[in-house]
Design a binder for this molecule. Sequence first.
Ligand code: PLP
Length: 394
Amino acid sequence: MSGRPFLQIPGPTNVPERILRAMARPVIDHRGPEFAALTKEILPGMRQVFRTAHGAIVIYPASGTGAWEAALVNVVRPGERVLSFDNGHFSSQFAQTARDLGIEVEEVPLRWGQDVPPELVEEQLRADADHRIRAVLIVQNETSTGVTANVPAIRRAIDAAGHDALLIVDTVSALASIDFRFDEWGVDVALCGSQKGLMLPPGLGILCVGDRARQVAERGGAPRHFFDWRPVIRDNAAGFFPYTPATLLLFGLHEALTMLFEEGFDEVLARHQRLADAVRVAVAAWRLQPLGERPERLSNSLTAVVMPEGISSNDLIRRARERFDLSLGVGLGRINGKVFRIGHLGALNELEVLGTLAGTELALVESGVPIELGSGVAAGQRQFARVEAPLAAV
Ligand code: PLP
């Protein structure tokens, strides 16, 4: 198909030309001074992105799943317990990762589309009188449902319960798209991947580790080698890694950070808010429903849309891909066929969102969903237009 493909799944996201060019270069010696200088620029940049002054950044050649495992094995031993909340595919997979590592998981079932109620976090921790729970696992942006967790309220809930469990937050589809504040929110470990808000190809798992988690890791955690963050933090001080790092992805990360700060990090977040608002008004104009239950907790990085009864989202997604080279996200796990997801994170602008909405409308109509062509696009345009007087509905 001619023209550019529309990769509008909620990650991996489109990699900007600038980043591709930054990576299209010879591999350098990862034990030489040029590489050390690169590392020493990336680490403070990533601290700014996580909004932390002292958190340690740990970058692994891995994906988000590797980052889950890294976050767990450094601070939780097999047989120890964690608290998690099942409100989507990724929160449930994070819990499964823990189980597979021999960790006991107290998993609270929620509706997929619900956000984690902070009062439930407090209640669960209060019930844990002998403090067996070592960590609370939270997915900030549940990529399968398009619902965000109120992380600062969850921190307050942990404190209100007087519990010393660590707060581990998955920011895989939130970081650099949705506000996240490691220090201010009292997060102990945050984890991310390269392929979403950071606009890179998949291949990096990135952690931000606070002092308390580092202390726990000194005397606890599981048997570990590759994911042990201590040698990484030690060698990073001189700009190096205890193994061969993903050299070219790190050049890409350096360029991505430059782009984020050139645009202005707050503006990056504000842009994601604008784009998400336009997608949400488009969904409303189609008279379809987001899967997320509470409007104030809908994600700025993706929108999960519920299909009308009797029409499969897999059919819609196939049509969008085959007819228009538009990739939309499938419904994951138990909601397969029932929802589709529009990714609106990473390197993306207003016109690309309108193009995505136009393609989605065409695929919806061709799949037999009774929407009015142009209704979502027009709603999105009205959302974007900067005019004095409110625009009349079309
Ligand atoms: N956590 C969240 C919130 C995700 O969205 C994903 C992947 O989409 C993961 C974890 C797993 O990351 P990966 O697929 O990079 O292993």
